[in-house]
Design a binder for this molecule. Sequence first.
Ligand SMILES: [Zn+2]
Length: 275
Amino acid sequence: MKVFISSDIEGTAGIVDWQQVRASGADYALGRRLLTGEVNAAIDGAVQAGAGEILVNDSHSTMQNIDPGALHHHASYLSGRHKPLYMMEGLDGTFDAVFMVAYHGAIGAERAILSHTYNPLAVWEARLNGLAVGESALNALVALHHRVPVVLITGDEATAEEARPFLRDIEAVVVKRSITRFAAESLHPDRACQLIRDGAARAVERASSIPPPAIELPATLEVTFLTADMAEMATWIRGVERVGARVVSATDDEPLRLFRTFVTIVALTRSIVER
Ligand SMILES: [Zn+2]
């Protein structure tokens, strides 16, 4: 049993501010410590349930948020920038299950702590087959390509709700209740880790009966940007069409190619983001 873990950070219990998740932030040390606890809890649960190999793909910001020595010794650690498959780098068909740990709600979610979809300065909304989605569904395109089930997601309530339409049988562990984009009621970190450990174990036990993501193919991805210029720029990519002043669309029968188109859109439009 091989488990792939994609770890973000904003969905960690106790985290409510960019200061806790950015390397330059005053409280980053606290943020990464809390995240490490939750990732280790997920690994613990997976190992308890019989997982052999575990790969953690750090997926947040410059993607080096965990002190390698503080990571559970059972897992290997894929970290650093410029990964072709970004939050899903390292996943292939030899894996049996995907975990999404410390994920967060989409930019348009009604109540979701630190909500965003890949780039909060460029992406206003992403829709997959007509439904507004967060990072879980977008990343699930890669899991679908490899026919690997996504079996666990952790974060706030919005994160769990967003995942369900495409990841129907997923084990969702809710560790905080978002009030606004910058306020949430979190479980104590110990309690959050306990729930994640239990959820991870259950998810691994059920993995063989959970189907790959339910994303109908060909799939259509629609991205709405903050500015019209970004939409124009996105059409430089083959297969991307402009369908509104700030909206582009791409349809593909190959989920991995569609995900790569999305990653390219994100990378390209980053160059004209205003700070
Ligand atoms: Zn994220």
